[in-house]
Write a protein that binds this ligand. Structure first.
Ligand SMILES: Nc1ncnc2c1ncn2[C@@H]1O[C@H](COP(=O)(O)OP(=O)(O)OP(=O)(O)O)[C@@H](O)[C@H]1O
Ligand SMILES: [Mg+2]
Length: 150
């Protein structure tokens, strides 16, 4: 995948409340449609963005998600979610399905646990590439890309 280049279109969504999660789902689906993604791919982007938005509120206090579309061969949509929380405790474990806040739900029965540990896995499945990182102030960064197939 190419590195940073100027985007043909972009959109930034602030994530501070539950309503922003809903807004992020609607806006990201429309954004994907506006740059040429088919219906199914639009929904895949929307699911991925809303999982990232949910994680910002649940694990990272508040933050923002920037969507951008890049003309390349092939063209691709990228979203970058950043937040003001403490960041990932373990980047390796974060992507594992059914591991939530360090608890392995495949081995431990925790009916009251607030997460399923499926959000980041869903992002990986909906998008082509996902990278997790830590920002300069310690918050989590999730960068995900999806190629436009015609
Ligand atoms: N923005 C974030 N900041 C800090 N840690 C995070 C962030 N997003 C995810 N994590 C960590 O990665 C784990 C896995 O995230 P994931 O979205 O897969 O599951 P979940 O949020 O726990 O549950 P679910 O999304 O299924 O409701 C989280 O439990 C948390 O420990
Ligand atoms: Mg989650």
């Amino acid at each position: 995948m190419p590195g940073a280049s100027s985007s043909a279109a972009d959109l930034t969504i602030e994530i501070c409340s539950d309503l922003d999660v809903i807004t992020s789902q609607i806006k990201s689906r429309r954004f994907a449609g506006s740059v040429g993604f088919q219906k199914r791919a639009q929904w895949e982007v929307a699911i991925a963005v809303s999982e990232a938005a949910t994680n910002i509120l649940k694990h990272g206090v508040r933050g923002q998600i920037r969507l951008a579309f890049y003309i390349a061969n092939p063209p691709y949509l990228e979203f970058v979610a950043r937040d003001e929380g403490a960041g990932f405790t373990s980047i390796e474990r974060a992507l594992e399905d059914r591991v939530s806040e360090g608890v392995d739900l495949r081995r431990e029965h925790r009916p009251g646990h607030r997460g399923l540990g499926l959000g980041l896995g869903a992002i990986s499945r909906m998008m082509d590439d996902v990278e997790l990182g830590t920002g300069p102030n310690g918050g989590a960064i999730v960068r995900a890309r999806k190629r436009l197939r015609r």
